[in-house]
Design a protein around this ligand. Structure first.
Ligand code: NAD
Ligand code: LMR
Length: 495
């Protein structure tokens, strides 16, 4: 049953007679509608009336109307206005650009802008790699979408996708100091998206593909990785897979099972499910059984989709067939990245002892987590109102920080596995793992630096192993050309 939450928080400004019972009458009227009051402020007081702001969590826009009506029904009360606090947060957007340099006088201008800037431009023209040292490229990421698969909202287009992309950019900044910017494209044509990403790539240290529908997202990512010399990440795929792998490591510790003995059901083989299967295979589970809207994925299904055929070939060693219920019977782990309410408590009861259930469909999971907990030992969802919230924000800020710090040109499975282990270690390291704590809080400030360091290390060691190209060892033509004290200046400036 839904409960009032901060996503539907409203502030109602209401005036009422200044009686001794006014505050109690107002709060009782709101409480009776089922709303949860979080603040009560008197904003004006007069001999004949008081004006108060009542802030409360509600369920929906209709519920907000009920609250207004309940207040208006009180004798002498009048609602002046109702503010939706979620919309207030979005007024004018959630992000902005700030200048890092002083621009107080002509001297400042001469260095930060013309004529001084021309020398920096010339240096970069001689050695384009210097853009990573001398421009925002070193810490900037394009959050690129075509608006075709936004949250659970579907194909809502580039403008409507912008609030999500701004949110992502805000998280990049908050958790890892990365300057991310939304790039919402007015096209859903694969070739146009690829070409546009290529054209904008010079200004960025990495590209984070976001909310692009499967299977188009697979081709776009693969071809951009071939063509660009900056890392290309698809958060819905790789961010999810990293966090799921980290959470699974700790969940298996709780139930004291080894992945090599476990049959894992992955329900949903779109962007998230495909990437989870790919990363999971690196850890050699006993078997993976993939399930989509048409049931268990197997060789004999006659799928024409190349992507599904590849999954059929790589999973389901025992050749199972049938609906989801048949897949979960006797399974050790269920990972859902598909659709709401597909499993019942009875289905979970048919799983092996000490079952692990990750029901990650947002906003409503594949199975009610309270029902699942009747029969499973570890349950996780994507929601913030239950324990064990699996959310990509545990991965992507630190992951990009590590890539940018290493001046990485590409992303490898080793980096993703290192990031998954880093997330698991944050909980596991101090013996803190239990059935309700398999992943750290998204507000744990150690997560992003730990992930960043793990990714940076792999990127740099990959560079050493590969003899160049990946990692921050590349020299600067400015330093090489002997510009006085340049290297020292970089160090002093914390570069
Ligand atoms: N919690 C998290 O961190 C997290 C991360 C990524 C995605 N998700 C959630 O996972 C879900 C899938 O995301 P996506 O980007 O991979 O979507 P997608 O559209 O690319 O893939 C959806 C997949 O689910 C399958 N599916 C749909 N209905 C089904 C049904 N009734 N039975 C079995 N399979 C069914 C489809 O066949 C498809 O394979 C969404 O709800 C999304 O919110 C959660
Ligand atoms: O990106 C997110 O955090 C949301 C998740 O990927 C989802 O699709 O539900």
């Amino acid at each position: 049953m839904p409960v009032p939450g901060p996503g539907y928080s409203i502030t109602v400004r209401v005036e009422a007679p200044p009686s001794a019972t006014a505050a109690g009458d107002l709060t009782t009227a709101v409480g009776r509608t089922g709303a949860v009051i979080t603040a009560f402020d008197v904003v004006e007081s007069h001999a004949d009336r008081i004006v108060v702001d009542i802030t409360c969590n509600s369920l929906s826009a209709d519920h907000a109307d009920d609250i207004t009506e309940a207040l208006e029904a009180l004798p002498g009360a009048r609602v002046r206005k109702v503010s939706d606090r979620t919309f207030l947060v979005h007024l004018g957007g959630k992000i902005e650009v700030n200048s890092k340099v002083a621009l107080a006088n002509r001297d400042d201008l001469s260095r930060a802008y013309t004529p001084g800037v021309a020398r920096v431009c010339t240096a970069i023209a001689k050695n384009p790699e210097d853009a990573r040292r001398l421009t925002v490229k070193r810490s900037s990421v394009a959050v690129l979408t075509d608006g075709s698969a936004v949250l659970g909202l579907g194909n809502i287009g580039p403008e409507a996708a912008l609030p999500v992309m701004e949110g992502k950019a805000a998280l990049f900044k908050k958790f890892a100091g990365v300057n991310a910017w939304p790039v919402c494209l007015d096209t859903q044509d694969t070739e146009e998206i690829i070409r546009t990403a290529e054209l904008i790539a010079p200004a960025y240290g990495g590209i984070n593909l976001e909310d692009i529908a499967a299977p188009r997202c697979f081709e776009i990512e693969a071809r951009l990785r071939e063509r660009l010399n900056i890392p290309v990440f698809h958060d819905d795929q790789h961010g999810t897979a990293i966090v799921v792998l980290g959470a699974l490591r700790n969940a298996l510790r709780v139930v004291d099972k080894d992945l090599s003995d476990c049959r894992v059901v992955v329900c949903g083989v779109g962007a998230a499910g495909s990437a989870i299967i790919r990363l999971l295979r690196q850890k050699n589970p006993a078997d993976i059984v993939a399930v989509d809207v048409d049931g268990i994925v197997h060789d004999g299904r006659g799928d024409t989709d190349e992507h599904l055929r590849a999954i059929a070939a790589e999973t389901n060693a025992e050749g199972r067939t049938g609906p989801l219920g048949d897949a979960v019977r006797g399974a050790d782990v269920f990972i859902g990245v598909s659709a709401p309410n597909l499993l019942s408590a009875e289905d979970v009861a048919t799983m092996n002892d000490d079952a692990i259930v990750f029901a990650l469909a947002n906003p409503d999971p594949e199975v009610d987590p309270l029902e699942a907990r009747r029969h499973a030992t570890v349950v996780a969802t994507g929601r913030s109102d239950y324990p064990n919230q699996i959310n990509n924000v545990l991965a992507f800020p630190g992951f990009f920080r590590g890539l940018l710090d290493a001046h990485a040109h590409e992303i490898t499975d080793e980096m993703m596995l290192a990031a998954a282990n880093a997330i698991a270690d944050v909980v596991d390291g101090n013996d803190r793992v239990n059935a309700s704590f398999i992943v750290p809080s998204v507000f744990d400030s150690t997560v992003s630096p730990t992930v960043a360091e793990a990714v940076r290390r792999v990127a740099v060691s990959g560079d050493e192993a590969g003899g160049g190209g990946q990692g921050g060892a590349a020299g600067s033509s400015v330093a090489a050309a002997g510009v006085p004290g340049f290297a020292d200046m970089e160090e002093d400036a914390g570069f």
